[in-house]
Design a protein around this ligand. Structure first.
Ligand code: COS
Length: 389
């Protein structure tokens, strides 16, 4: 029997709006962000002018609803956008990721209408920046074991403790801070999420950490010493903060995967161009099967990663729980991006090791992908737990 109809339930075509967003972001990255990547690396700063242009492009509101000035494109739209932005250097995606994917996302997911009405418009406009403060020196992977405390004190809570490795902690205006309100209850009722103005007395920012890569994006400690946070700044309900953190990280892990797909796709394009142009033994190295096989593997892995991201984002937008898919996306896409950039460097040979190509930078920047937003070992634990329950 001849099939004449395309089944509409499975459609890989992006909407016209998303296609337009994709092409304008591609142009923006090519014109405004990639050309200054080396400058960002050398100075360890994103120039103010570039942040202003990112703001004008509406990048700081991408995943948020239109009622607050966001783009209203859902998680799928956000992932499509981050895939394009992944082609810029990691400093830019990290700034956006800390703000959109997790910092302000915690409030967007679980904050009250009053809290969102007060803070989201400036966050969506990029006039104020957010970060996400969960990790502590003694609680990284074991996030339920945090010790930063929040003690009720009249109409406010008094926060004490140290958060560390906080991306954008030096520049953010606000943070989603997770603190213990009842030590007996732990992850199930004992942790609360707070929306904290980082310019509050009692909050100190530590010096920026010295890192292997990701120059232009800084991490530092946030130190709380009797920092007063109004009770109305609780995100969600007292005791539900661990769930807010986990739901936020589910979102963050998906979009992190999208950035990995974009950066890997860019590395593949650079490798193809180089392999066609670089002549050795009288022919372009693209004629060598050893190089062809590397390109073929890179393309296959990117294809797998992209489809995982889109499916995970589709599931998120459909309102179903997608924690396992997010963990799979994060685990696979980060390892994939690390592998792809390693192959790109191999194809570029000695030139890849030199600063000029930007590949050695991408190689160093990629390594953290398997560690932050939950190590890939933690992602495997989440996947296995879901499989075995
Ligand atoms: N969505 C909704 N609920 C979730 C959830 C999610 N994604 N993840 C966990 N929960 C719930 C669990 O269902 C459980 O509640 P119930 O007992 O009622 O079912 C509760 O939260 C506690 O979860 P769990 O028992 O799995 O907690 P663990 O202490 O074992 O820790 C891991 C879970 C390891 C997954 C968590 O600590 C984690 O993600 N660690 C990594 C932290 C991280 O990514 N840090 C990066 C720095 S921030 S960028």
């Amino acid at each position: 029997m001849a099939m004449t109809q395309v089944p509409q339930s499975l459609n890989f075509e992006l909407s016209d709006d998303l296609k337009l967003l994709k092409s304008s972001l591609r142009e923006f990255v090519e014109k405004e962000l990639w050309p200054i990547a080396e400058q960002v690396e050398e100075t360890d700063e994103i120039p103010r002018g570039a942040i202003d242009k990112m703001r004008e492009m509406g990048l700081f509101g991408l995943p948020f609803s239109e009622e607050y000035g966001g783009a209203g494109i859902g998680e799928l739209g956000y992932c499509v956008a981050l895939e394009e932005l992944g082609r810029a250097s990691a400093a830019f995606t990290n700034l956006l990721g800390a703000h959109c994917s997790i910092g302000a996302m915690a409030m967007h997911i679980d904050g009250s209408k009053e809290l969102k009405d007060r803070f989201m418009p400036a966050l969506c406009a990029g006039d104020k920046l957010a970060c996400f403060a969960l990790s502590e020196p003694g609680a990284g992977s074991d996030a339920a074991n945090i010790s930063t405390s929040a003690r009720r004190d009249g109409d406010a809570y008094s926060l004490n403790g140290v958060k560390h490795f906080i991306t954008s902690g030096d520049v953010a205006d606000y943070a989603s801070v997770f603190a213990v309100t009842d030590p007996k209850l732990g992850a199930r009722g004992g942790i609360t999420a707070f929306w904290v103005d980082l310019n509050t007395p009692g909050v100190t920012r530590g010096p920026k950490d010295r890192k292997m890569g990701l120059f232009g994006s800084h991490t530092c400690e946030l130190i709380f010493q009797d920092a007063k946070v109004p009770a109305e700044n609780i995100i969600g309900k007292v005791g539900f903060g661990f769930l807010t953190a986990m739901k936020t990280l589910d979102m963050g892990r998906l979009s992190l995967g999208a950035g990995c797909v974009g950066s890997a796709a860019f590395m593949l394009e650079k490798s193809i161009a180089y392999a066609k142009e670089r002549v050795q033994f009288g022919k372009p190295i693209a004629a060598k099967q050893a190089v062809q096989f590397m390109l073929a593997d890179m393309a296959t892995e990117i294809y797998a990663g992209r489809n995982m991201v889109y499916h995970g984002a589709w599931k998120a937008d459909s309102g179903e729980r997608f924690s396992m898919e997010a963990a799979m996306v994060k685990r696979y896409c980060s390892d994939m991006a690390i592998h792809v950039v390693d192959r790109a460097l191999q194809i570029h040979g000695g030139s890849g090791f030199m600063k000029e190509t930007g590949i050695e930078r991408a190689y160093r920047d990629a390594r953290i992908l398997a560690i932050y937003e939950g190590t890939n070992e933690i992602q495997r634990m989440i996947i296995a737990e879901e499989l075995l329950k």
